[in-house]
Design a binder for this molecule. Structure first.
Ligand SMILES: C[S@@+](CC[C@H](N)C(=O)[O-])C[C@H]1O[C@@H](n2cnc3c(N)ncnc32)[C@H](O)[C@@H]1O
Length: 274
């Protein structure tokens, strides 16, 4: 994670790359476009529309090159839900770094958000969440780790047991490109968590770009086995020099959610290429 610094509100914050603004823009747009669907679940019998952020960070960041202060994902989500007149009924946050999680929770409490903290790693937090969350509600999860290894497939398996959940997922293209050889060679690697069972499926004699493509395809297959669908639109977030950093994509089972994602992404073009 980025270096912790003193925030402009007296709480710790992170240093972030300018591309964090693109990521938050997609999150904000999706949550804004989907507010009507959320409102139905705030008024209906279940009265439950939840935001889940299992890699919350501190909730505030300063852009490295411009020194601009920006909100972190959970704060962005709460604010846009409130501004759109369909505030989340519950917010669950987790971060392996307890100080980051506690700081984000404090920021949310200051804004009047109904926040609950889940302790431990995202895998543990996702399991714990299932004990509290309303199974009849409409839920949204943001999965925003820096690395492939932190996106343990168990997280998606747990969340996918909920009937109505949309997940906005960050997959690190940079990690996939830079560390492929290391991951293929290691006895226990990030790939065992990201795509469990890959050793039986991936032909490691092929070129690196073919292997990378096979791994991403296999990940999508694993998602489909949970009963949810990965979007065909993978939004590529790039760095200042145009370097490929990560994809954002939606995992959901409703056609409506996929239409919302298409509308929330810039041009609706998919950005594959391994
Ligand atoms: C990209 S940052 C999150 C930024 C935040 N979502 C935002 O947009 O403001 C990733 C965070 O994941 C946390 N993290 C890394 N591995 C984790 C794990 N296995 N479980 C939970 N949190 C983890 C790090 O401590 C870090 O705060």
């Amino acid at each position: 994670m980025g270096k912790l610094i003193d925030g402009d509100d007296g709480l710790p914050a992170e240093e972030v790359g300018v591309w964090a603004k693109d990521k938050h823009d997609r999150l904000r747009r999706y949550l804004d476009i989907s507010r009507g669907a959320r409102r139905n679940f705030l008024e209906g019998r279940s009265r439950s529309a939840t935001y889940v952020d299992l890699f919350s960070g501190t909730g505030r960041g300063r852009v490295r090159d411009t020194e601009e202060w920006i909100d972190g994902s959970a704060v962005v989500a709460w604010n846009i839900s409130r501004e759109g007149g369909a505030p989340f009924s519950d917010i669950y946050i987790a971060d392996k770094n307890a100080a980051c999680r506690q700081t984000a929770a404090e920021r949310l409490r200051r804004l009047g958000a109904p926040v609950r903290e889940l302790t431990g790693s995202a895998v543990d937090a996702a399991r714990e969440l299932l004990r509290y969350i309303n199974p009849y509600g409409l839920h949204f999860a943001f999965l925003d780790p820096y690395s492939l290894g932190a996106l343990d497939f168990e997280i998606i398996r747990s969340l996918a047991t909920l009937r109505r959940i949309d997940m906005l997922v960050h997959i690190s293209k940079m990690d996939h490109q830079r560390n492929l050889r290391i991951n293929l060679a290691a006895d226990a690697s990030a790939l065992d968590r990201f795509v469990p069972g890959w050793r039986q499926r991936i032909d490691t004699d092929r070129s690196e770009s073919v292997i990378r493509g096979q791994i991403v395809e296999y990940w999508q297959e694993l998602v489909e086995r949970t009963g949810k669908r990965p979007s065909t639109d993978w939004d590529l977030i790039t760095g200042l020099q145009g370097q490929h950093l990560y994809w954002l994509l939606l995992v959901a089972d409703s056609d409506l959610a996929h239409r919302f994602w298409k509308a929330a992404t810039d041009d609706g073009q998919s950005s594959f290429g391994f």
